[in-house]
Ligand binder design. Structure first.
Ligand SMILES: O=C(O)CCC(=O)C(=O)O
Ligand SMILES: [Fe+2]
Length: 388
């Protein structure tokens, strides 16, 4: 058991100062390379949703929103997290009616890059209204709003891919998270940050129940801010580094979106590279200074490789980025927030693939007490996939 962990605030501060040995190369090199807003998405799989399929998603979301709106006011209010059982039933039924091209478009990325951009979800900027100032403001949307319809569309798409889930301790357990730059969080290592590079990370690397797939949907991105993507399948490690990164040396802590008090809890070390060559990586929330020299050197080598293979994707409104969270680490280049209602606005859904197993060694981890919200876990998937 690892002991003596600094607080997460200290860790994050270290990163920002660039003084953590293992962090520096990741942070600084990526910052230099990716401040320009060029799209470097060569090799990223591109998938177009056929028009009819894209409109079917849009129309189904609209129907569900209309059904909810027709309910008495008190019932409609229950749908804020999208976890209400009646809403889940509507999504299940809606998903079963969607053309099979939708499930095909959101199948797990199987290329070396481990990520796919799916295009052509209809988004009309004029009906979106102002970008919310933070996720709490976003949660106050009404069933009649375009934002609510887009959240439902994301949920339908995610359900076609697997089992969407949320985290009780993050954004109040909402199944569709809002990613917008939030005042006061500019330097934060989370989706609410902006002016600081969001370091490459496995989503929720600290937890054994982290997503297998991550779906990011773009509603607005006027300054062409790029998401970074690096795949472990394209990384080449020396045998020494590979061996070291497969041993359990350091813990990974929950990110700041879960709160700030986890250093008091037991922090079991985890393997950075799993037995199947998968990646579990979050340098901003790993106490790298406590690793031995050999581990730190291996971690630095991995960081340099992730930088070498890094691609950037500038999402346009109506585009989705589908990431294999076991294979790909993602981040975001720094940008200047506007805070005038026209800011970048993404939606995010965590997706579990029940047919995918992880390292059995992870089963004993407690995940710092963080619990998932899994309303789709006990219902059979409406359109069984033929492609896995
Ligand atoms: O803003 C982005 O492009 C990615 C943010 C991110 O890491 C996330 O939402 O999990
Ligand atoms: Fe992320």
């Amino acid at each position: 058991m690892w002991a003596g962990l600094p607080s997460r605030t200290e860790l994050t501060t270290l990163r920002h100062l660039g003084s953590g040995e293992g962090n520096t190369s990741v942070n600084n090199v990526l910052r230099e390379r990716h401040t320009a807003s060029g799209d470097d998405a060569g090799g990223l799989e591109r998938r177009d949703l056929p028009d009819a399929a894209a409109h079917a998603v849009h129309d189904t979301a609209e129907e569900i929103a209309a059904t909810i709106e027709s309910m008495p006011r008190s019932s409609a209010r229950r749908f804020s997290t999208l976890t209400d059982p009646e809403l889940i039933e509507l999504v299940e039924a809606g998903c079963a009616r969607l053309p099979h091209e939708v499930a095909t478009a959101v199948r797990p990325p199987a290329t070396a890059c481990g990520a796919a951009v799916v295009s052509r979800i209809p988004v009309t900027d004029a009906e979106l209204g102002p970008t919310p100032r933070d996720w709490r403001a976003a949660a106050r949307r009404t069933p009649r709003s375009a934002a609510f319809r887009h959240e439902l569309a994301m949920l339908l798409l995610a359900r076609c891919a697997g089992q969407p889930f949320g985290w009780l301790g993050q954004q109040d357990g909402r199944l569709v998270n809002t990613i917008v730059p939030a005042p006061g969080h500019e330097d934060e290592q989370s989706g609410a940050g902006s002016t600081t590079l969001l370091a490459p990370h496995t989503e929720d690397a600290f937890h054994p129940a982290r997503a297998h797939l991550l779906l990011l949907g773009c509603l607005r991105n006027p300054d062409r801010v790029a998401t970074t993507i690096s795949s472990v399948r394209e990384v080449r490690l020396s045998p020494v580094a590979d061996r070291r990164l497969r041993t359990r040396v350091l813990p990974i802590l929950p990110d700041v979106s879960y709160g700030n008090d986890f250093h008091r809890q037991p922090c079991p070390p985890v393997a950075t590279v799993g037995p199947a060559g998968t990646l579990r990586y979050d340098p901003a929330y790993t106490p790298l200074d406590d690793g031995d020299a050999e581990f730190r050197s291996a971690y630095t080598e991995l960081g340099a490789e992730l930088e070498r293979v890094c691609r950037t994707a500038i999402l346009r409104p109506g585009q989705l980025l589908l990431l294999d969270n076991d294979v790909v680490v993602h981040g975001r280049v720094p940008f200047t927030p506007r805070y005038d209602g026209t800011d970048r606005w993404l939606l995010r859904v965590n997706i579990a693939l029940p047919q995918r197993n992880r390292d059995p060694a992870e089963r004993s981890e407690t995940g710092y007490g963080q619990r998932t919200v899994t309303p789709f876990a006990h219902t059979p998937r409406p359109t069984p996939p033929s492609y896995r």
